[in-house]
Design a protein around this ligand. Sequence first.
Ligand SMILES: [Zn+2]
Length: 451
Amino acid sequence: MTASGPRVATVLAVLVAGTTALAQSPSQGSGGAAGAPDTAHVERVAIRAAHLIDGKGGAPMPDAVVLIAGDRIERVGSRLPIPSGTRVIDLGGATLLPGLIDVHTHITGQAENYYADLFRRSPIDAAVRAHIYARRTLEAGFTTIRNVGAPEFVDVALRNAINDGEVEGPRMEVSGIPLSATGGHGDLNGFSPYIQFNQLSGIADGVDEIRKKVRFDIRQGADLIKVLAGGGVLSEEASVGGAQYSQEELNALVEEAHMWGKRVAAHAHGAEPIKRATRAGVNSIEHGGLIDAEGVQLMVQHGTYLVPDIYTDYYIVQQGRQLGYPDIIIDKEKELRKSQVVNWKRAIAAGVKLAFGTDAGVYPHGTNARQFALLVGDLGLTPMQVIQMATINAADLMGWSDRVGAIAPGLYADVVAVGGDPLKDITQLERVCFVMKGGVVVKENAAPACR
Ligand SMILES: [Zn+2]
């Protein structure tokens, strides 16, 4: 196709629109008009509740008051005086927490049937449904997500629509299309070579192709780069633990992403891809279940985050048959489960940094918080540790500590509440009864537990 007049005009319009979206994205507002805030008309809100966990790890604050001006938190304290003219939201005996963060989501899709999902759904289906999943996620208390893989930049479009206030959903950091080696976890394996998807691809082999693909993702609006450094569960490639990129390739990928100011999330189950990705300088290892002692040491040395998505393991084993997964996938999951809890515990004991990420989309969106109980029960973490994984740690991994991850002055007024004490019963986080994002109440249950 040659460039005709109208097509050039369309491309220009798209370019202009893209520039506008980029210019607006740093504000990451809760929606509504962009531009300088009109301080004279900023709405002032006070939230009052019996307890507050601020995300920073200290003891819960009793009789908490959070003063909010516009979309930001202004002051936090116990029994703070509330200025006149302030709208008061009294949540009674509830416990306030920072808006939760899931650093590993696939918000544009949800597994229902493996082959139908692969062959009967198009990226347009993903685009049509994504906003529903975004809203469910937000209403579950997740006011921020890091999306690490979506087709056709549907994640970029969704992020922009949320930032523009057109769609309700969490704040989003997005990766665009993950990079994969030919024949790797992100490729279509085991089918006729004549079956090809006519859509954008993340396949890149060798240093030059990898650098180009990183630039391509960034040009299309990716906030970070996701690389499939090794095998995975939900594909028909054989090895779950194998390496799929060389050290040289991963070094180039990370160098390129960091040059453009973008962080890197590496999918890696196996010991070797974990070590290669960590040496290359990725910011997080996603999954990481087959990590060995050397890998643990490397992650501690490099300050690399680990994102142990333990809930999906339960879900895949329990629901795998109904979801139509072939034996090869279920067998890979069972293989992982033999050793990953032990391996994760070794990493935790050595002090590897942890962030909360769930692989949402493998299981239904909006039930992300079910992972908390497993992190406490199976990995031996404390409720405070897992709350911090989903607040201050997650924000640190994303580079968003200046905007989310704690209830503290200057940060966005992203606040959730639960009826009981999550430090005694972590499953309280599965029953979030109040959600505020950027000073706007998204969900408020009249349930007595939250009053
Ligand atoms: Zn994933």
